[in-house]
Design a protein around this ligand. Structure first.
Ligand SMILES: C[S@@+](CC[C@H](N)C(=O)[O-])C[C@H]1O[C@@H](n2cnc3c(N)ncnc32)[C@H](O)[C@@H]1O
Length: 188
């Protein structure tokens, strides 16, 4: 499908972002979403990924965090906060080691200076891996993390490999080939 067609399809289905189709492909291929799963969506606004999880698994419970506000979604518990401060969100910190799935579409504001942007992406990715390690179920939790093919990609992948038994890379069809974005999947 032409990349712009994903945006049109998302709009027609009432979904808030075309990013849903990237996550959908990974969730279907990996079977990472359980029917009654507890899901943490990091960098959730405007809410496409949270919407998708509730559509695919209506009985799942979703907690979502973003710096920006997010319009409410039924049965999604949203907190406007920096992910670096996630432990300060009482409702979420009570659920340490209880989550089945952490999904992170976090993206920093780009400066256009590649060394700075790569460092900022790496920093956000590292916070995400640390958050996933603290919040996921110790025996079978899964992390899906958006990152970018840049000079620090190997470093973030090796950080994932230290913390997860299985690590895979995904480039979904809905992801623009020139964007450089790529998804890491980690399973404990
Ligand atoms: C690509 S968007 C997410 C799109 C979302 N997955 C969807 O489908 O609607 C990336 C989000 O990451 C958020 N973000 C960036 N840095 C953050 C941080 N430190 N803490 C929380 N959210 C952050 C941005 O505010 C932005 O909303």
């Amino acid at each position: 499908m032409h990349t712009d067609s994903w945006a049109i399809r998302a709009k027609k289905l009432g979904l808030r972002s075309r990013a849903v189709f990237k996550l959908e492909e990974i969730l279907i291929k990996t079977k990472a979403l359980n029917s009654k799963g507890l899901v943490l969506d990091i960098g959730s606004a405007p809410g496409g990924w949270s919407q998708l999880v509730k559509i695919l698994q209506p009985k799942s419970t979703v907690y979502a965090v973003d710096l920006l506000p997010m319009e409410p979604i039924k049965d999604v518990y949203f907190f406007q906060e920096d992910v670096a401060n996630i432990d300060a969100i009482n409702d979420i910190s009570l659920l340490k080691t209880k989550f089945d799935l952490v999904i992170s579409d976090l993206a920093p504001n780009l400066t256009g200076i590649s060394a700075v942007d790569e460092e900022n992406i790496y920093e956000l990715n590292s916070i995400t891996v640390e958050t996933a390690v603290n919040y996921l179920n110790r025996s079978n939790g899964t992390l899906i993390l958006k990152t970018f093919q840049n000079s620090l990609f190997k470093k973030i992948r090796s950080n994932m490999e230290k913390n997860f038994n299985i690590v895979q890379t995904f480039k979904p069809a809905a992801s623009k080939s020139k964007s450089g974005e790529i998804y890491l999947y980690g399973e404990r």
